[in-house]
Write a protein that binds this ligand. Sequence first.
Ligand code: ADP
Ligand code: GLC
Length: 478
Amino acid sequence: MKVLFVASECAPFIKTGGLADVIGALPKALAAAGTDVKVLIPAYPALQGLAGGGPTVKVLDDLFGGKAEVRAVHAEGLDVLLLVAPHLYDRNGNIYLGPDGQDWPDNHLRFAALCYAGAELAFDGADGWMPDVVNVHDWQAGLLPAYLSQSGRTSPPVVMTIHNIAFQGLFDASELANLRLKAEMFAADAVEYYGKISFLKAGLALSDRIAAVSPSYACELLTPGFGMGLEGLLRERRSDLIGILNGIDIATWDPESDPHLVENYSARSLRRKRANKREVEARFGLQRRDGPLFCVVSRLTSQKGLDMLLDCLPGLVAEGASLAVLGSGDGALERQFAEASSRHPGQVGVTLGYDEPLSHLLQGGSDAILIPSRFEPCGLTQLYGLRYGTLPVVARTGGLADTIIDANEAALAAACATGFQFAPINATMLEQAIARACAIYRRPRSWSAMVRRAMRQPVGWDASAAAYDAMYRSLIAD
Ligand code: ADP
Ligand code: GLC
């Protein structure tokens, strides 16, 4: 079976969040089960070196204002199809945002181009390689089924995976023709969303199946609190919607071999984790304290609920705990965390920015990771936390609810707890969860037992890749 993935990011080449991790890992897991996946992504500057090395498999004479081509390369264990279109992607900085911090003004064309090129590959293949199924990811790839649908040509079935419904790719209705969409596509059962064009809605309305990145998120999406205006459409399409939990790349994220740790360790050599803790303390200017070292590795946005954490800092510090934060995003939150570190010197350390190696060190060196998200489609940092024995403290929502077993009395008695959950999602409950974590940390045997159990959890892709595989096969059989 051949599957074409279409997405805007793919680790380790280009990453702003968990989407990239999934696009970099799931194809390898599918390949292990015999499915042949190629990933179409734009050739941003970070990928241009790679593009030079591969043959051209498709030429597009006018792709939204310039000539483009698709180059095929094999790198980092992945078959990548790079969409080379300098007029759209040859820009430094963030892949979505210009230097002013605002979306690139032509983002609708940049990602329509990705969808259009993907549709061409779906029709004609790449050098004889014809996909049996196309899997598009998030709004940036959402228009692809619209191009298939309006063409009237025979094309393979499409799966749309929703990683985050909060990002919908909304653009002015007047762009319809510029996007090469036929007038009939501006309809409630296609791209029209409250008078605008929604790339995400197009994907949800016109694909054959919809996958959400966790079972809980698949259920939440059907409600007004989480569906963000698309819950009605999703309820109608309920029988085509499935929740498949993300996994992680357990080769890249492995405390036994991770090159970003100062000492590698396993569940059998947990004492060696301490050297990483000392390194985190040194890098974040933290004193050694009696309580646990918590960390945060996150985009700083309202989704992630870290404003609630700011309210809990006096309590966290009073428990004898410390905190290391690595994050970037919202300017106000960045300032507030910087201020918090000045207010609690030696107890709260903050690094603003995006730093992949440091994110690994934090997973390796912290005792616990805080993820108080208001909503979380899946979340990967709690899975990295489990794998590195860094116990997750999470809000009970989406994939966080599906992956962490709260250390309540019953779970502790049954020896199955793997972290700490709180609900309802507010600062008071977060503070209580932090206090509960600190209390168990003061009982080293209970803590170590939880850490070892966390490290044994199956967080790889095996089961979920099999679920994707089964979904693709069911579509081909239809
Ligand atoms: P989301 O995709 O919503 O941001 P996930 O938990 O699915 O959330 O994935 C986030 C990914 O981005 C993880 O791999 C995490 O380690 C990484 N990440 C987030 N912020 C940073 C940062 N400031 N520096 C390095 N990695 C980060
Ligand atoms: C999104 C979600 C996150 C999920 C990731 C990968 O960015 O916010 O919860 O883990 O996609 O699916």
